[in-house]
Design a protein around this ligand. Structure first.
Ligand code: ADP
Ligand code: MG
Ligand code: ZN
Length: 491
């Protein structure tokens, strides 16, 4: 039988606030000394009282606005009760029936994925199990740090879509600055809910939840594994059990962790130690409009603007939209070039030509240099002004394309000025008509056979003559000019 996959995601993201969710301890995910950032509140001592972190609430609202969610006017915190050694209070403060954000969307390529909700909660501590020891250790640095949870509608249909969704969400939270969302560091953790149904059937099948996926690859591979596993069970006439499964990256397979019957009853109830959140305008505590204004242009909008404004291909626009800094760098260069074009009083499509040239150099040569050095564009020594000047040198034929490559490498290394490098490295291209003409005359003299061939209609012979001209000029002649002059002389 053919089956369709139905997938919903739950994604946790650690918020990049200065302090923890309900106390003033530092929120530092890079802290290496265990139990350094702790206090009676985040250690769950009796008699302590939490106070909600306003910034964390604002970050969730910001994310909600970026994903076109409805922002709650009234929201509250709830207790989710369960015992775990890294949860000292015996409950987690989370949000149950009144999340901060509901009903949003994330676009992946041209498909809309509905966002059910985004809520705010606190993270747990971490348990450490020293090798060979008969005890475990607990580190509460992470306990009580703000954690945002997003839940999607079951509208994802493949492993590729699920991976794309996670990437897009990661990109957005990074763009708006609420989290570094580094999966390797555990800033972002994904859970997959997946079921199968016979092709065309409306009703959903029984779902399985796969927990603790800490890479895009794990998301993708675990879904592929589950589709295969569940198909086999169904084909054999079996039933899918509602359960929670884990992902074994070594074996590349999922394994059962607990069945539905063993599921927790969290006994949610409103957190009595925290007042509800009033986000209405009248209350004057949160300025949702101002948060909205603080949202920068998002990746998708940037992509379409780059296609329209700079006439880039969709593929190139996408690369820029996925790297905000690279996109800013590109735009700074174009703005320099526009000034240059305006000053020269040239109109027409010169700026389009320069834009295309710039995009090509950034996305090939510069990206290659950055890649080799494992740099990101903010450590690039080439100023936007120098990059723009470099482009004008190419446009004006003052440097050949091979010279341009050498020059960019040099600029990258030293941060030097293109006109200085042009002189120092002798990269200038010969663009003086008289000089090239002299060489062309010598070449015609010395290669009468090719000249005759050309005159007899062998078009290709001119390639040889251009080659000879380039050779005589030690590669410095402007090849277009060499060709033009040759053709004129041979007429
Ligand atoms: P639960 O009550 O078990 O937590 P929810 O209704 O809250 O289930 O949904 C949790 C996640 O599972 C959501 O991302 C949702 O889109 C997804 N989901 C719900 N039903 C299914 C299903 N039948 N198959 C796949 N995913 C599902
Ligand atoms: Mg759930
Ligand atoms: Zn604390």
């Amino acid at each position: 039988m053919k089956y369709e996959a139905v997938i919903g995601m739950e994604v946790h993201v650690e918020l990049k606030t200065e302090s923890k969710m309900f106390c003033t301890c530092a929120n530092n995910p890079d802290e290496t000394k265990p139990n350094k950032n702790v206090c009676p509140i985040c250690m769950g001592q009796p008699g302590t009282l939490p106070v909600a972190n306003k910034k964390a609430v604002e970050y969730v609202v910001k994310t909600g606005l970026a994903l076109e969610c409805k922002i709650a006017e009234f929201s509250k915190f709830d207790r989710k009760n369960y015992f775990y050694p890294d949860l000292p209070k015996g409950y987690q403060i989370s949000q149950y029936d009144k999340p901060l954000c509901e009903d949003g969307t994330v676009m992946i390529n041209d498909k809309k994925i509905g966002i059910t909700r985004i809520h705010l909660e606190e993270d747990t501590g971490k348990l450490l199990h020293p090798k060979g020891a008969d005890y475990s250790l607990v580190d509460l640095n992470r306990a009580g740090t703000p954690l945002m949870e997003l839940v999607t509608e079951p509208e994802i249909t493949s492993s590729t879509e699920a991976k794309e969704f996670c990437k897009q969400f990661q990109l957005i939270v990074r763009y708006i600055g609420v989290s570094d969302a580094d999966m390797e560091k555990g800033h972002m953790r994904c859970e997959v809910n997946i079921s199968l149904k016979p092709e065309g059937q409306k009703e959903f099948g029984t779902k399985v939840e796969i927990k603790n996926l800490n890479s895009f690859r794990a998301v993708e591979r675990s879904i592929e594994y589950e589709i295969k596993r569940q198909s086999e069970v169904l084909d054999d006439g079996g039933k899918i059990l509602q359960e929670t499964r884990g992902w074994n990256a070594d074996k590349q397979e999922t394994y059962s962790q607990r069945k539905k019957e063993e599921a927790h009853d969290y006994r949610y109830f409103p957190e009595p130690d925290l007042p509800p959140l009033d986000l209405s305008k009248e209350a004057g505590v949160f300025d949702v409009e101002k948060i909205k204004e603080s949202i920068p242009e998002l990746p998708l909008m940037k992509k379409y603007r780059f296609i329209n404004q700079y006439k880039l291909t969709e593929e190139n626009a996408k690369i820029f939209s996925e790297d905000k800094e690279l996109a800013n760098y590109f735009e700074d260069i174009i703005s320099e070039l526009r000034t240059w074009v305006d000053a020269k009083g040239i109109d027409g499509d010169l700026i389009d030509k320069l834009t295309k040239l710039t995009a090509n150099y950034i996305l090939t040569e510069l990206q290659r240099l950055l890649y080799v050095e494992n740099h990101s564009v903010h450590c690039c020594k080439i100023t936007a002004e120098n990059f723009a000047e470099f482009i004008t040198l190419i446009q004006e034929g003052k440097i050949s394309s091979s010279g341009a490559q050498t020059m960019l490498g040099e600029m990258y290394k030293t941060g030097g000025d293109p006109s200085n490098i042009l002189e120092e490295k002798g990269l200038a291209q010969m663009s003086d008509e008289g000089e090239i003409e002299k060489i062309v005359e010598e070449v015609i003299e010395a290669n009468s056979k090719s000249v005759e061939d050309y005159k007899a209609g062998k078009e290709n012979a001119i390639k040889f003559l251009i080659g000879q001209t380039m050779k005589q000029s030690k590669g410095k002649a402007n090849p277009q000019m060499a060709e033009e002059i040759l053709k004129k002389k041979l007429k």
